[in-house]
Design a protein around this ligand. Structure first.
Ligand code: DGL
Length: 264
């Protein structure tokens, strides 16, 4: 059976798993929420790279995965290049802020980007944003959201504190007629409703779970995968996790099992 490894620092990658579960069949999916090391977005590039290498090696040793999904914009930015160099035969798909689809969809020409500090300062994002926004004459409103991932991990997806944080970050976007916001962190779709509420306008929110799923299916079918049968999921975390949110997101009662992936 085909084996797919998916990881993120926590719950966020489950927004990608939701999309994968709509598309993938005849496979076993292993998910690691690296909650022991979360949040990634406030760590150095070297630290995030090391976590990503350890998890990938664990997936290969323990589950012999055929494909890896980095369901995390921050880890993609820090690690995808090295992972592709180190594992040239493994299918590796990363997650990147959907600036291109946002530019295609905006009517006001004002696009917001919400992401972690590490993603926004990464070379990959800087290059992409600079090339696309200049070519298309788009005004980008970039906003790092330190602390938002922790709020989401705590289950505070509707709390007044989370709303206040979003008010602070989104006010400049609201005042400047931003009509499209890129959710450049896989955790942020979980506060999508709150973002819409704070923006008080007709808003397009861009996230890339569907595009990732389509790409994975395309690459696997090219290698002969027959997309039929069940998708089995095994969920793991390296620290603690809010299993209630897991249950809501995946509509399953399965709890994440705690594992230790450190090499010692
Ligand atoms: N969900 C992750 C992302 O897409 C990382 C969040 C974090 O741990 O800071 O960037």
């Amino acid at each position: 059976m085909l084996k797919i490894g998916v990881f993120d620092s926590g719950l966020g990658g489950l927004t990608v798993v939701q999309a994968l579960s709509q598309v993938m069949k005849g496979a076993e999916l292993f998910y690691i929420a690296d909650t022991q090391n979360a949040p990634y977005g406030e760590k150095t590039k070297e630290e995030i790279l090391q976590y990503s290498l350890d998890i990938t090696q664990y997936f290969l040793d323990k589950h012999q995965i055929d494909a890896l999904i980095i369901a995390c914009n921050t880890a993609t930015s820090a690690a995808i290049q090295t992972l592709r160099e180190n594992y040239p035969t493994l299918i590796i798909i990363g997650t990147e802020p959907g600036i291109k689809p946002a530019i295609e969809q905006t009517r006001t020409g004002k696009v917001g980007v919400l992401a972690t500090p590490a993603t926004l300062r990464g070379d990959k994002y800087q290059q992409l944003a600079c090339d696309l926004a200049t070519q298309q004459n788009i005004e980008l409103f970039e906003q790092a959201c330190p602390g938002l991932v922790e709020q989401i991990e705590k289950g505070e997806i509707e709390s007044s504190q989370t709303k206040e944080m979003l008010e602070y970050w989104l006010t400049p976007m609201r005042e400047n007629s931003v009509d499209t916001i890129v959710l450049g962190c896989t955790h942020y779709p979980l506060v999508g409703t709150l973002i819409e509420e704070v923006m008080q306008c007709k808003l397009t929110l861009i996230h890339t779970g569907k595009a990732i799923s389509k790409r994975l299916l395309f690459l696997l079918e090219e290698k002969g995968h027959i997309n039929q049968g069940r998708l089995d999921m095994k969920l793991y975390c390296t620290g603690t996790i809010n299993n209630e949110t897991v249950a809501t997101l995946l509509q399953s009662e399965e709890k994440m099992k705690q594992i230790n992936i450190s090499k010692s």
